[in-house]
Design a protein around this ligand. Structure first.
Ligand SMILES: Cc1ncc(COP(=O)(O)O)c(C=O)c1O
Length: 414
């Protein structure tokens, strides 16, 4: 029976697709959602940190804000902002000309998806141009659509977005009377392709941001997970090393992939003036003071770096096992690049496959996967599927991919 509420839904709610996804039941192999290996969640350390918050500052932590005042509702607990600034400063320390960040460069948000939506609403008016990679994070596509942005995409290769194509899009949008304000890029271990924007292209992108007067929104949530070579410096670090002191990059990040997604803590890093635009549109009364304080204690405790390293090494083993299984069981039906980092496989199905049938055929076998069109408005994305594997054991990855190979064989055109 249709609920009476259905007719009250806004057109946005009625057309949302990701929220409506239902995994197959039973779901034997859940390749749908990108999430870390639960085995590396630092449960004991987080418990100790939360207990210490209640022991030492229970009343304060239960308030909307601490002694940091109202700014803590818009920017988050000052102690956590300081810790995050320290982490990013240490990460970028070897970039020539890099400058230290402090709390004024950090806004704490409820997961990086929240920060990204704030960036869109703080910067974009209807009709403003935004350019992003051809396949990208579906939630951001949704935020941009809701904001009435004029969205254009650029193709990618293994070295990230094609910067000549970016210039062409900038030129086209300008000729059509749209001001381009934002380029959104998952520059490192791009979702969903795994590509890494090369250093040379990073430098060109930063130069274009100055020449064409736009902001770069750098989504950095997979940066820590490199399996082959460490990635180039972040766009934020390169920007801050520029002679003009930077200010062109807003970097979004979170602890969802490196600590635990259930914390729902992320951050935006950049120039205080850019953060001000986000603070101006922020209306959620802040992140949890309790969680922010516990997270700050966890970061101070010093186990963060070794936990991330442990997770990285584990993910590398899983990546290698998954790639071997894909070659063995699906090699005839899909083409893919071995991802040099991140937590996904992005598979292009061969012409020999009747690909619109694949998601349903996989679901019938209890395999949840994410269809390519959820990453792009380009109909050609239908030929792709994304597998998220970080949370699964090596055995599950191998078995799930073997079964997926059988599904593909069944979907082959006769
Ligand atoms: C590229 C990208 N950005 C942002 C997010 C949002 O993560 P969270 O809101 O948990 O920080 C995700 C989640 O998978 C993602 O893949």
């Amino acid at each position: 029976m249709t609920s009476p509420i259905a007719s009250l839904r806004s057109s946005r709610a009625a057309s949302a697709s990701v929220g409506q996804y239902r995994p197959p039941e039973p779901c034997r192999y859940d390749f749908f959602q990108g999430q870390p290996d639960p085995g590396v969640y630092p449960v004991a350390e987080l418990r100790a940190a939360f207990n210490a918050v209640f022991d030492d500052e229970g009343i304060t932590a239960c308030k909307y804000q601490g002694p940091g005042g109202r700014a803590e509702m818009a920017y988050g607990f000052t102690g956590l902002r300081e810790e995050i600034a320290r982490l990013l400063t240490a990460r970028d320390a070897n970039v020539p000309g890099s400058k230290a960040l402090d709390a004024s460069n950090i806004m704490v948000v409820n997961g990086s998806s929240h920060g990204l939506s704030l960036a869109v609403s703080g910067l974009i008016d209807p009709g403003d141009g935004v350019i992003l990679e051809q396949a990208s994070f579906g939630a951001v596509l949704g935020y941009l659509q809701q904001a009435g942005a004029e969205v254009r995409t650029v193709p990618m290769d293994r070295d990230g977005m094609d910067i000549d194509a970016l210039v062409a899009r900038l030129t086209e949008l300008k000729a059509a009377g749209h001001r381009v304000k934002l380029v959104y890029t998952i520059a490192t271990f791009q979702l969903p392709t795994g590509s890494v924007l090369s250093l040379e292209r990073r430098q060109r992108l930063l130069a274009l941001a100055r020449e064409w007067d736009f902001m770069i929104l750098e989504d950095n949530c997979y940066y820590a997970f490199h399996f082959d070579a460490p990635p180039p410096p972040t766009l934020l670090a390169l920007d801050r090393a520029q002679a003009d002191g930077g200010g062109r990059v807003l970097q979004s990040d979170s602890c969802s992939k490196t600590i635990a997604p259930g914390l729902r803590i992320g951050w935006m890093a950049g120039h205080p003036d850019a953060l001000k635009a986000l603070a101006a549109v922020r209306q959620d009364l802040g992140v949890s003071q309790i969680t922010a304080r516990a997270l700050a204690r966890y970061l101070v405790s010093g186990s963060y770096a070794s936990n991330v390293e442990r997770a990285r090494l584990l993910l590398k083993q899983k990546r290698d096992a998954g790639v071997a299984a894909l070659r063995k069981h699906c090699g005839q039906w899909v083409a893919f690049d071995t991802p040099p980092g991140g937590i996904y496989f992005w598979l292009e199905m061969s012409e020999a496959i009747d690909w619109p049938k694949v998601p349903a055929a996989a679901a019938a076998e209890g395999i949840a996967l994410r269809a390519g069109e959820l990453f792009s408005n380009d109909p050609r994305a239908e030929r792709f599927v994304r597998l998220a594997w970080a949370h699964m054991s090596i055995k599950e990855i191998e078995e799930g991919i073997a079964l997926f190979g059988k599904v593909l064989a069944r979907c082959a055109k006769r």
